[in-house]
Structures are given as C-alpha cells and as structure tokens.
Ligand binder design. Structure first.
Ligand code: DX5
Ligand code: ZN
Length: 224
C-alpha cells in the first residue's frame, strides 16, 4: 500500500473493552484493513491504556494490520514485547525518552521486519522529524494532545505542519505515509486530506455509532 492510498483506521481506544474480540470483529466487518492501538504509560501521557498483552489478544482475533502507537517513554526497552505480540507497524514519539535513541529504536523495528513510524505532538515542529525521514514508513502528526480520545481537532496548530511534511516528502522523493490522529470526523478528515494525510485514525467517529459499517463508509467517502 502506497502513501497515495487513503485508509480509515479505527482506534481500539474508543471500542467497548468489555467485549474486545467482538469489537475487533465489528471493525473488520465494517471494512477496516488497519486497526490503530494506543499504548499509554501514564508518564509520557496523562493516561494509562494497555500494553503488549492487549496487542497479542487482538492479534489472536484478527489478521488486520496492527498499527501500534506507543505513547510511552523507553519504547526501546519494551520493543521486543510489542514485536512478539504481533504488531505490524510501531510508531514512537520523538519527544519521549529512550535508553538508546529514536534512531536506534527505528532501526530495531525495521530489522525485525516491521514498519516503523514516528509521531509528533501538536507542539513539536516538523523539523524534529527531519533526522529520521529516511528511516520511517509513516509520520504521525497528532491532531490532539495525545492521551485521550474524544478531543477536538487542532486545525490551526497542526495543519501547516502536516502540509510542510507533505511538501518536504514529495520534494525529496520520499514515500512515507502521513497519518493524522485525534478529532477526525467526516468534517475534519477532508481538511487533513487537503494538507497531505492519507491515514486517518478514527476513534469516536468509527466505533461510536451503532452501525460501524455506515460510519466507516461515511468516513471513507469524506476522504475519497
Ligand atoms: C489519542 C489517541 C487516539 C485516539 C483518537 O491520544 O492517540 O488514537 O484514539 O480518538 P478520537 O478519534 O476519538 O479523537
Ligand atoms: Zn493514536
């Protein structure tokens, strides 16, 4: 799949965790090809979600591509566990602390045969990603402050950065995906698309409505 393919990624964070297996199946039946999993450590972000064991549980339920978003410090310390759990892509934050470094962690993700991404907090400029642009499959431009679902899309703070990333990528013949995450609905997804996004993480807007097939179709139509 190239960076010219638009995809809606349901975020498990917004699903009903009392029946995770059924929710994963609901996403799959609704047409999702990639599923987004938000790992939070209570330190890098002000919330705690789940860890490798949940990734492994989801892996048992589905063949979907698992896009794991690590909002944690020391991702390098925990890396093997997420790889073993069955992640397909692992995205790490440039702002987090590492025992080694962002570059070393990206290298290890790819050496394990996975795709690698880096994520930028809304207040982090695109320039912070520049040292890594040749070593990533995906750049995640956070469109809310990471930590919680259901927050409003930060258009002014993040869209110029997304466009700058798109322009830089295209001018340099690079191929990484541009992903947006947070506050993505049928009204905000087209704005993100205009600024370069092709992967749209949707929590509340995908899992929220009772008919997920319909919400996924509407979101896909909004970025078609
Ligand atoms: C926020 C997470 C998001 C979250 C998005 O820190 O990274 O993936 O699930 O949720 P919505 O789509 O509800 O804003
Ligand atoms: Zn996320």
């Amino acid at each position: 799949m190239t960076h010219e393919t638009n995809l809606i990624l349901p975020s498990l964070l917004a699903s009903d965790w009392s029946k995770v297996a059924a929710e994963v199946k609901r996403a799959e039946d609704a047409g999702a090809q990639w599923l987004h999993l938000d790992v939070m450590d209570g330190t890098f972000v002000d919330n705690i979600s789940f860890g490798p064991q949940m990734v492994q549980t989801v892996r048992k339920c589905t063949g979907m591509y698992l896009d794991v978003h690590l909002m944690i410090h020391r991702a390098d310390h925990y890396l093997e566990r997420f790889i073993k759990a069955g992640a397909n892509n692992i995205t790490i934050h440039v702002e987090a602390n590492y025992d080694s470094s962002v570059a070393e962690t990206l290298k290890r993700i790819r050496a394990a045969g996975l795709h690698a991404g880096i994520a930028l907090h809304p207040s982090t400029p695109f320039e912070a990603a520049l040292p890594f642009v040749n070593d990533i499959d995906l750049l995640l431009v956070m469109t809310v402050v990471p930590g919680f679902g259901g927050q409003p899309f930060m258009e002014k703070e993040t869209m110029p950065k997304l466009a700058a990333a798109r322009d830089y990528r295209d001018q340099h013949g690079l191929k990484f995906h541009l992903e947006v995450d947070g506050g993505i609905y049928t009204n905000t997804a087209p704005i993100a698309k205009q600024h370069g996004a092709n992967l749209f993480v949707c929590g509340t807007s995908s899992f929220g409505p009772p008919d997920m097939g319909q919400s996924m179709r509407e979101l896909a139509a909004a970025v078609a």
